[in-house]
Design a protein around this ligand. Sequence first.
Ligand SMILES: Cc1ncc(COP(=O)(O)O)c(C=O)c1O
Length: 175
Amino acid sequence: MPSAAQPLIYMNNAATSWPKPPEVLAAITASLSLPVFGSGRTTGSQGEDYISLARERLAGFFTVDRPEHIAFTQNATDSLNILIQGFLAGRENGCHVLTTTLDHNSVLRPLHEYEAQHRIRLDILPFEGCLVHPEAVEAAIGPETRLMVMTHGSNVLGSVQDIRAIGEILHDHGI
Ligand SMILES: Cc1ncc(COP(=O)(O)O)c(C=O)c1O
């Protein structure tokens, strides 16, 4: 157990996890005292449009041209399911998808489910020395490859993938 002498240093705070940093607790507590903007209720239609403000700040951080294209979701698992299932809708038959053994269950489980239902063909690329090598990605690409889902920075190993080189290879193949 953590103690004053040995405080807990927890490195997974981006996910649905505990403990939350004090700044997150303060922001959530403050947000609960605001009226729900644009809810259409008599008690909630006034106030600041903080959702649009949040979109604009995130768009600045991620250099997104159109803040209104940012969608808020429950968590990373929800986001990944929306992305994966949304992308595959209508493209499934014969579609080949790549991911890696470094990826989280929130990526692997929906892809395994599609594979089990014979809706896609899936290849899960290994990593060597903490890295997924761009050459291995290129070698795995086939004529039916449409999608690759992979982690950029691993919160398990700390390794950061050469996402630029991998992205260029994928884009060269129209993936
Ligand atoms: C790498 C990675 N991706 C996705 C998730 C899922 O995140 P969430 O709990 O926000 O759904 C986690 C959770 O720990 C994770 O470690």
